[in-house]
Every structure is written in structure tokens, then in C-alpha cells.
Design a protein around this ligand. Structure first.
Ligand code: A3P
Length: 297
């Protein structure tokens, strides 16, 4: 089926163990839970809009010694299966793609810690968790929900912030998501990466990822990876900018997938009142744990 024939429509969210997930993902969830990875598989996890694609591209380049051509072998959704995605959204479900690939595979998920199939922990798979400050995440998610024709319509910004604070958007509470992986990171050997750290010093974070993956690449290759994964370069790369999906799925005339790529864009969207209310609520939800998020650099 050519890509432009993928039919899609705005979907509903259905709770799975209390977490609202797109209905097509909720329907196939039992099979996802039963998935058993190979110990050599690598999981990249995040709350949506936290820099997942960016991290995926860095990891792919690291695993291919910075070879840009090899990393253009296929779109990012084919190179790194999206674990829970069903064939309603992409032509092949994540599980179908995984079946066709030999380990070691890089697998993407947005599932909160408690919904990740147990096999990942039983097999001690390397897991990279990417986190981004809540304010920039909610702004990015709002734009994404406008252009993503398969997600529930986001509605106006004011109501959207409230839904984010109440954990009513797809994949549930951002607060619980980031805390869930944070609390398990040592026991499960999860590498916790911050979007803001990648913006501040991409080379340092590429090297952290490299070491975690037990790789040792030359300085030149690391420099090349940093260049190839700069925002403007990725924005122009058709294998990562999601222009490979038809307008019926992602309508990028509304907003680009590679939209702004900044830290602190929330300041252009939150009113002072919204910011104060959000901060107050944030303090309550995050008081048990200190995760060093930064909302500006
Ligand atoms: P914005 O909407 O704020 O621009 P995900 O891949 O998890 O869906 O995250 C998407 C967000 O990461 C978008 O944020 C996107 O622009 C940003 N992003 C993608 N690649 C990036 C890069 N190389 N550098 C900085 N930000 C990037």
C-alpha cells in the first residue's frame, strides 16, 4: 500500500492499567506485554516529545561508526521499531517489524516504566531514557497533537495545559513517567539522559551514550555524529523528519515534526499566570524526588 493511502482519523484514548493510550495501541496491548526482547536489544524510552528521535539518530550513528549513508538505509520508524505501535498508524506494527529483524535491535517506546514488558528487565537490556523539562514538553506536545491527525484533537492551549497537569494526555502523567524511570534507573541500569544536557553540550552526551553502549569511537567520528544530529541537519534529513508519513497521519503544513528544537520555548507560550499555576502544581507532584530538570540554559 503506498504511504499516501494510509487512512487515519483522530482516535480516542483508552486506559490500560490506568494509563490513557491511543485506542489502537490499547487494543493490541496484551501482545506487546508478552514481547520478549533479546538481551542484546537496546530500548530507547521517553515521554512523547522529549527528544526521542534525536536520541535514536545518535544511537544509530554510534552503532554504525558515524556512517551517515548506512543510517539513511531506511526511515527511523523502520530502523527502530516502535514497540507498542499498531498497524493502524504505520503500515507495519512494531511487533511485526521486530519479527523481521535479527537482534541486536534498537526499540523505541513511550510506555511508562510499569507497562514496559518484563522481558526487558529479565534480560537486562540496555535502556536509555530521555527526559525533557515539563514546560517545553507540553508546548511541543500541543503542537504535535495539532499536526498528528491520529491523536485526539488537542483543543485550546489553556485546557491542554490542564489535561497535561491531570495526566489525561496520551501516555498519561508526565510526572509519573519521569519519576518511574528515575526511581528504577540504578537497579535496572537505565541511562537517564536530559534533552537540556544534549542541547547544552551534545558532544558530552554523545560520549555518555557511546560509553553506555560499550563503544569506543574516534574523536573525528564523535564530531561527525554531533554535526549529523544538529537540529537543522536532522530537520533536512528525510529519514528522520517524518516527511515519510502522509499528510493523513502527520500534517506538517500545520506544524513541523522538527519544529523548534530549543530549551525555553515555553516562555513564548505560557502566560505569567499559567506559569505560576504550573510551577505550584509541579512542586506538589515532584516533591518526593529531585530530578534535576532545567527549564532554561
Ligand atoms: P519541539 O517541538 O520543541 O521543536 P520526540 O522525537 O520525542 O517526538 O521529540 C520531538 C522534539 O524534539 C521536537 O521538539 C523536535 O523539534 C525536537 N528535536 C528533534 N531533533 C532534535 C535535534 N537534533 N536537536 C534538538 N531538538 C530536536
Amino acid at each position: 500500500m503506498p504511504d499516501d493511502q494510509i487512512v487515519s482519523s483522530r482516535r480516542l484514548l483508552v486506559p490500560v492499567k490506568g494509563i490513557p493510550l491511543p485506542d489502537h495501541i490499547a487494543e493490541g496491548f496484551d501482545a506487546v506485554s508478552a514481547f520478549c526482547p533479546h538481551p542484546s536489544d537496546v530500548l530507547i524510552s521517553s515521554y512523547p516529545k522529549s527528544g526521542t528521535t534525536w536520541t535514536q539518530e545518535i544511537v544509530d550513528l554510534l552503532l554504525h561508526n558515524g556512517d551517515a549513508e548506512r543510517c539513511r538505509r531506511a526511515s527511523i520508524i523502520k530502523r527502530h521499531p516502535f514497540l507498542e505501535v499498531s498497524s493502524h498508524l504505520f503500515k507495519e506494527s512494531g511487533l511485526a517489524l521486530l519479527k523481521e529483524m535479527d537482534p541486536p535491535r534498537v526499540i523505541k517506546t513511550h510506555l511508562p516504566f510499569q507497562l514496559v514488558p518484563d522481558g526487558f528487565w529479565e534480560n537486562k537490556c540496555k535502556t536509555i531514557y530521555v527526559a525533557r523539562n515539563a514546560k517545553d514538553t507540553v508546548v511541543s506536545y500541543h503542537y504535535f497533537h495539532q499536526m498528528n491527525q491520529t491523536s485526539p484533537a488537542p483543543g485550546p492551549w489553556e485546557g491542554y495545559i490542564q489535561k497535561f497537569m491531570r495526566g489525561q494526555l496520551g501516555y498519561g502523567s508526565w510526572y509519573d513517567h519521569v519519576k518511574g524511570y528515575w526511581e528504577e534507573r540504578e537497579k535496572k541500569n537505565i541511562l537517564y539522559v536530559f534533552y537540556e544536557d544534549m542541547k547544552e553540550n551534545p558532544r558530552r552526551e554523545v560520549e555518555r551514550l557511546m560509553k553506555y553502549l560499550d563503544l569506543s569511537l574516534s574523536d573525528d567520528v564523535i564530531s561527525r555524529i554531533v554535526e549529523l544530529t544538529a537540529f537543522m541537519t536532522m530537520k533536512e534529513n528525510p529519514m528522520v523528519n517524518y516527511t515519510f508519513l502522509p499528510k493523513t497521519v502527520f500534517d506538517q503544513s500545520i506544524s513541523s515534526f522538527m519544529r523548534k528544537g530549543d530549551v525555553g520555548d515555553w516562555k513564548n507560550h505560557f502566560t505569567p499566570e499559567q506559569s505560576a499555576e504550573f510551577d505550584e502544581d509541579y512542586k506538589k507532584k515532584m516533591k518526593q524526588v529531585h530530578i534535576p530538570f532545567r527549564t532554561q540554559l
